[in-house]
Design a protein around this ligand. Structure first.
Ligand code: FRU
Length: 494
């Protein structure tokens, strides 16, 4: 039983519908897309999200809301932001205004401030280009209720058709608020002292990175390179279409930010995920110990509106910690499930002989609620499959000669609800030189997340098997190529 955020009535859902994720966040009912306003405050992680409370397809956008103490179990809250005379409420971020720079609260009770895009349908329909502007709202009761600023919009539009998704953070070094948003084929950076009045500082990206589609949902933050004192700035940019395996995906840049301008030297494209279902992901503001926790929308604009669920649509990725690494002068990000996810796991032991025989789920209730990990060599071919009694099969393999990782969902279950969904395999070349790397595979009822080498290469894909997978099969001669097998069932959060 849960509160329908819109009608404040009770919606009956036991979160057991077919394909309902058991340990990934999904709304009780109706359509969801991007995560928004990720902020931690007073022991609580807030997750706002693009929400259409009337239907299971995209429509007039609101900000739905949920809270969590551990980022794993969630409490559903009433809708936080509704459309108003300036437009629908598109994606954006939220900050804790600790020093009450906005004057919306007091020093004793600082406001939470949400910064988002207004999308004015009437303007778009009239063929104008200035229909996206930026607005703000504040909450003085820990995110439960929100008041829009009467001076909205705080940034108007001078004729840029795609002008949206502001991410705001406090820049310690220069003691000012920084906003990064996207403008079609580039990002724009602004500054402010009070979150209300903004000045444009610089632009980035017209001639950098991938440009197969429009830029969306930026994020900018600093990370320390693991094992060193070096600090670099990371810029995330979602792009739709133009991702390496089709449709929407998230690229990133590693460089420097001096309080005014972001610069980068690298010319190669870098991507967070090589699956097709991790989009519009951004990170939390104000986390304890400055952890960089990322959540993405587990879908793709190619088929988001067609997936075979009936009462709700879409889920979020597992929350993932981002870390920065450097090998042979190349910087790269890893993204890997936050450690508190391990509290959801029930240990089960499986022998290599069982694996050899192609284990069935005697000791595991369900292969669609599992976390499987082992070490594998990238120097030899390797393949595993998950199957159900109907022979629907999900396959992942390492092609050592091509140095390629491949996820194949073409025969994984329902795939024909949209043309591109089951059309191709999802591939990525790898350059890791290590002898053994961890392969971790987390499956829920409509998703698989594969983390190779602790998140150096990641594949996130939606899957819709018509019954649960019950057999895990590793090509017999390949079982010698793995070690330290761990198979754990994952507890439901509902
Ligand atoms: C990304 C996006 C954003 C926009 C929102 C609208 O998926 O297109 O750019 O703000 O979705 O729902």
């Amino acid at each position: 039983m849960d509160i329908d955020p819109q009608k404040s009535e009770l919606v009956v859902t036991n979160f057991k519908e077919q394909y309902r994720p058991q340990f990934h966040f999904s709304p009780p009912a109706k359509w969801m897309n991007d995560p928004n306003g990720l902020v931690y405050y007073k022991g609580v992680y807030h997750l706002f999200y693009q929400y259409h409370p009337e239907d299971i397809v995209w429509g007039p956008m609101h900000w739905g809301h949920a809270t969590s103490k551990d980022l794993i179990s969630w409490e559903h809250k009433p809708i936080a932001l509704f459309p108003d005379e300036h437009g629908l409420i598109f994606s954006g971020s939220a900050v804790v205004d600790k020093h009450n720079t906005s004057g919306f609260g007091t020093k004793e009770n600082p406001p939470l401030v949400a910064i988002f895009t207004y999308h004015l349908m009437e303007g778009e329909k009239a063929g104008r280009k200035d229909f996206q502007t930026q607005g703000i709202a504040y909450s003085l009761d820990n995110g439960d209720t929100w008041t829009k600023y009467e001076g909205n919009p705080v940034i108007g539009n001078e004729g840029i058709k795609d002008f949206r998704d502001p991410k705001v953070f406090w820049h310690d070094e220069t003691e000012q608020w920084i906003m990064i948003l996207v403008a079609g084929d580039h990002a724009k950076i602004y500054r402010s002292n009070d979150l209300k009045s903004w000045n444009h500082l610089s632009d980035f990206g017209k001639d950098k990175g991938a440009h197969g589609g429009v830029w969306e949902c930026p994020d900018l933050f600093k990370l320390q390179v693991e094992g060193t004192d070096e600090e670099k700035w990371v810029l995330l940019i979602s792009i739709n279409p133009g991702a390496p395996n089709g449709g929407s995906g998230t690229q990133y840049f590693i460089g420097n930010f001096d309080g005014t301008t972001f610069t980068t030297d690298h010319t190669e494209e870098k991507w967070i995920d090589y699956g097709t279902d991790n989009y519009a992901g951004v990170t939390y503001n104000n986390t304890p110990n400055d952890e960089r926790v990322f959540i993405g929308w587990m879908s793709n604009w190619n088929y988001a509106r067609d997936t075979p669920t009936k009462t709700w649509r879409s889920a979020m990725t597992l929350p993932r910690e981002l870390s920065l690494h450097k090998e042979q002068d190349v910087y790269f990000l890893k993204n890997y499930p936050i450690t508190s996810f391990n509290n959801q796991l029930n240990a089960t032991t499986i022998s290599l002989e069982d694996l050899n025989a192609g284990i069935s789920n005697q000791n595991i209730t369900d292969l669609n609620e599992t976390d499987i990990s082992f070490k594998v060599s990238l120097k030899e071919n390797f393949e595993f499959k998950m199957k159900n009694t109907k022979n629907e099969t999900l396959k992942f393999y390492i092609d050592a000669s091509k140095k390629e990782l491949v996820l194949d969902r073409r025969k994984s279950g329902l795939v024909d609800f949209e043309k591109s969904f089951g059309e191709t395999t999802h591939k990525q070349p790898f350059s890791t030189q290590k002898d053994w790397v961890e392969l971790r595979i987390i499956t829920d009822h409509s998703s698989i997340e594969i983390f190779i080498d602790q998140g150096r290469y990641v594949f996130t894909d939606q899957i819709f098997p018509t019954e649960n997978y019950t057999t895990l099969q590793i090509t017999p001669e390949h079982t010698e190529r793995i070690k330290d097998v761990k198979i754990q069932s994952v507890k439901s959060i509902w």
